[in-house]
Design a protein around this ligand. Structure first.
Ligand SMILES: O=P([O-])([O-])O[C@@H]1[C@H](O)[C@H](O)[C@@H](O)[C@H](O)[C@H]1O
Ligand SMILES: [Mg+2]
Length: 284
């Protein structure tokens, strides 16, 4: 049977490479940083320019009105963040802008993917442009890094696991206290280690390749994780909400793990704090 999304998947990979080259080039000049929702929620001209390049390339290829778009920087400027039945590209032009602005050897990512409905991701692409690694996954067809199949870790022992979490972009003391309390409790289970790369996309690819057992965060956005969701799933891993319920892409809460045992053990320690949904109606 003909695969209707293969062309879009291949095109997504090509656009990711093109955008990655732009980001690498931009990293050679001075990077001026601006802020969005808080003083630690950063954006640069490169984030904005690369998002425009990606969206215009997709419109040129598939038609002006064929698909919808949810782009991190467009949403920051007031565009809606709502999933409908129409195929929708979810775009984070630079994931890990805080790493990007240092111009040092941390990773930052470009990601995009395509969704139909909340729980139905067709494919995902994450291009780690500094190390030139292309992660991708297509529903039912496996996950790959540079065309080599990837697989989550088979570890079932939480005491031998490595867990990733991040601190997000909200520095209100009560939330930071919960984040650190959760990390302390997880460290003391004990686990082998806690990590954090500074980009949700990389963190999810690390779960997918088996480098770590799990990554969780409260406060991430759909564009940080959408591509990673299918990459982790296709690599054999699972996604859950931080309360152990079903994962919801727009909820801004996620646990991704190699298996249910590890995910549920971490979930026992997570101190949940409230965050607004990505698709919440805009405040008047
Ligand atoms: O803003 P951005 O650099 O695209 O994305 C951020 C990164 O993914 C970071 O790892 C995560 O902790 C933040 O919650 C995100 O906002
Ligand atoms: Mg970003």
């Amino acid at each position: 049977m003909e695969d209707p999304w293969q062309k879009a998947y291949d095109f997504a990979v090509a656009v990711a490479r093109k955008a990655g080259a732009e980001i690498r080039k931009a990293g050679e000049s001075e990077i001026r940083v601006m802020t969005k929702s808080s003083t630690v929620d950063l954006v640069t001209k490169t984030d904005e320019r690369v998002e425009k390049i990606i969206i215009s390339s997709l419109k040129e290829e598939f038609g002006e009105d064929a698909h919808c778009f949810i782009g991190e920087e467009s949403v920051a400027k007031g565009e809606p963040c709502v999933l409908s039945d129409k195929p929708t590209w979810i775009i984070d032009p630079v994931d890990g802008t805080t790493n990007f602005k240092t111009k040092k050897n941390f990773s930052f990512e470009l990601l995009k993917d395509d969704l139909f409905k909340l729980s139905f991701v067709e494919f995902g692409v994450v291009y780690s442009c500094l190390e030139d690694k292309m992660y991708k996954a297509r529903k039912g067809k496996g996950a790959f890094c540079d065309d080599e199949p990837i697989q989550v870790s088979d570890m079932k022992d939480i005491n031998k696991s490595i867990i990733i979490s991040e601190h997000g972009t909200d520095r209100s003391p009560e939330k930071v206290t919960k984040i650190f309390s959760t990390m302390q409790k997880i460290l003391c289970i004990p686990v082998h280690g806690l990590r954090g790369s500074g980009t949700a996309a990389t963190n999810m690819c690390l779960v997918a390749t088996g480098a770590v057992e799990a990554f969780f965060e409260i406060g991430i956005h759909c564009w940080d994780i959408a591509a990673g969701v299918i990459i982790v799933k296709e690599a054999g891993g699972i996604l859950l909400d931080v309360d152990g319920g079903p994962f919801d892409l727009m909820s801004r809460r996620m646990v991704s793990a190699n298996n249910e045992l590890i995910a549920k053990r971490i979930i026992k320690e997570i101190e949940i704090f409230p965050v607004g949904r990505d698709d919440a109606p805009a405040e008047k």
